[in-house]
Design a protein around this ligand. Structure first.
Ligand SMILES: Cc1ncc(COP(=O)(O)O)c(C=O)c1O
Length: 383
């Protein structure tokens, strides 16, 4: 009765844990800001609805928003015009539409390991074969370039990259970005670059987009994190015009068009960047510092310092699988995501989102410290 495509899809580990969590649980499981959308953006949404922007719009998005987004990407390539922009129902739909547009049946697609949960299933849904390449924990989760190159075959078509990264929080170093572009050029690959955390950064060098560095790049981005509007579902992609045109056809057949009033609201946010966005990023930085300082005190746990996004991806040495550890912590009122939900190299890790209040983070740290003490040799030797 069901297609093999559907049968073979697994429910993401993130969702599974979330749905099992009792009320009152401290939630370090989900990847979304705990802020409300900035006031001016909320107002712009109400205003758009009242003014009658409640109908279908162009499938690639309303023109002023495409123009504003093109303007934003002219920072990386001065020639970027609206023809390069397709507005989507979140980064998720942008990634799915790109997969269906760029992957041919039997193609190999390089995806980061550990990496965001959609890349491999999207490849499979499109009939392609995801080939994981390692991010190197010992090197701050930068892509392991040698290992990546060794996985390229004549069937490799696309290289998926994600910086700042979910789940590791790593930000690719400028020389790594350059090298990835060289590899793509040498091997005739398209780069699909997921940059949804491009504004949530804790490093002085800032974000280095793949846009403008290579002719065959598609960048996926989103308003979800930037304006704390994950539930409003708005994202976009930037691609060479010929590619954008092809993706737009697929996108039309998936969703017809993105939400018109939500586009009006996002446009207001781009036209006058709200102070709340900068405040949110400052708060994330303070929480990161607080949380990472606390994690250092947790027995049996080691963590690379995240440089962007809002995730810590510690390695746990508690004699438990990530799922067992996550289940045990859930019983104590703390929700984390098992690291192997993000690929085989997430084995031995938990992902913890610090996009929650400082008070919640302090409570989470107390639970972790107590649990770590019980699980490490000191604790295990005790009767
Ligand atoms: C790396 C990454 N890409 C894409 C998305 C999709 O976000 P959205 O569909 O809300 O834009 C997420 C959401 O968590 C993400 O972490």
């Amino acid at each position: 009765m069901f297609s093999s495509r559907a049968r073979e899809l697994e429910i993401s580990g993130i969702r599974r844990m979330f749905e099992a969590a009792p009320p009152g649980t401290i939630n370090l499981g989900l990847g979304e800001p705990d802020f409300s959308p900035p006031a001016a953006i909320q107002e712009a949404l109400f205003d758009a609805i009242r003014k009658g922007y409640n109908h279908y719009g162009p499938s690639a998005g309303i023109l002023p928003l495409r123009d504003a987004l093109a303007q934003r990407y002219r920072r990386w390539d001065g020639r970027t015009a609206r023809e390069s922009v397709v507005v989507t129902e979140g980064g998720t739909e942008a990634l799915a539409a790109c997969a269906l547009t760029l992957y041919e049946v039997g193609d190999e697609v390089l995806v980061p390991n550990p990496g965001f949960v959609l890349y491999a299933p999207h490849a499979r849904m499109a009939g392609a074969i995801p080939i994981p390449y390692p991010l190197d924990e010992a090197n701050g989760y930068q892509p392991d370039l040698e290992a990546l190159e060794s996985r390229i075959t004549p069937r490799t078509r696309v290289l998926v990259v994600n910086s700042p990264s979910n789940p590791t929080g790593s930000v690719y170093a400028p020389r790594v970005v350059d090298r990835l572009v060289d590899l793509a050029r040498e091997h005739d690959l398209t780069i699909l670059s997921d940059e949804v955390y491009d504004e949530i950064l804790y490093v002085p060098q800032g974000h280095r987009s793949f846009w403008g560095r290579y002719e065959r790049v598609v960048v996926v981005n989103s308003f979800s994190k930037l304006f704390a509007m994950t539930g409003w579902r708005l994202g976009y992609l930037v691609a060479p015009p010929a590619v954008a045109q092809q993706v737009n056809k697929v996108h039309y057949h998936l969703v017809a068009c993105p939400s018109t009033p939500v586009q009006m609201a996002a446009l207001a946010g781009l036209s006058a960047p709200p102070r709340e966005t900068a405040e949110m990023v400052r708060e994330f930085r303070a929480r990161r510092d607080l949380f990472l300082r606390g994690l250092k005190q947790v027995p049996g746990l080691r963590c690379v310092i995240p440089e962007g996004a809002f995730y810590a991806f510690p390695r746990i040495d508690w004699g438990l699988s990530p799922l067992e550890a996550a289940q045990a912590l859930l019983q104590r009122g703390l929700l984390c995501t098992p690291g192997d939900s993000f690929g085989s190299l997430g084995e031995g890790h938990l992902r913890m989102s610090f996009a929650t209040s400082r008070e919640n983070l302090r409570r989470a740290l107390r639970i972790l410290e107590e649990f770590g003490e019980e699980r490490t040799s000191r604790g295990r030797a005790a009767p």
